[in-house]
Design a protein around this ligand. Structure first.
Ligand SMILES: [Zn+2]
Ligand SMILES: [Zn+2]
Ligand SMILES: [Zn+2]
Length: 109
């Protein structure tokens, strides 16, 4: 995006059902002016203040990084039936149960 400056953008108020802010430069549309500013900063100026510490995901919105981090937690879908241990891979749960509870879980691929 060479030669691009935020001040060059044209914000049009589109009078449809919603008042949308339309960014001509790339066609991004949003109901909120502040979101457009975030969009420009992140997508066109590369400003990503929120980075995930578990992968290389970056975002300009705090709510996005919170939601994103929940995804990492959600990956831990194997729940131990004897305690509240959770694992993201089945073999981890199998070895946990063997070690902690002396229970040999059936190996399912
Ligand atoms: Zn854009
Ligand atoms: Zn992540
Ligand atoms: Zn357990």
């Amino acid at each position: 995006m060479k030669g691009f400056h935020f001040k060059d953008c044209h914000i049009l108020q589109k009078e449809v059902t919603l008042q949308l802010v339309y960014f001509q430069y790339c066609g991004y549309t949003t109901p909120e002016n502040s979101r457009l500013k975030n969009h420009v900063m992140s997508v066109h100026q590369g400003v990503m203040p929120y980075a995930c510490d578990q992968c290389d995901y970056k975002t300009n919105e705090k709510s996005d990084i919170v939601r994103h981090k929940h995804k990492h937690l959600g990956i831990k879908r194997y729940q131990c039936q004897f305690c509240n241990y959770r694992a993201d891979q089945r073999w981890l749960l199998v070895s946990h149960c063997a070690k902690q509870h002396g229970v040999q879980l059936p190996r399912v691929s």
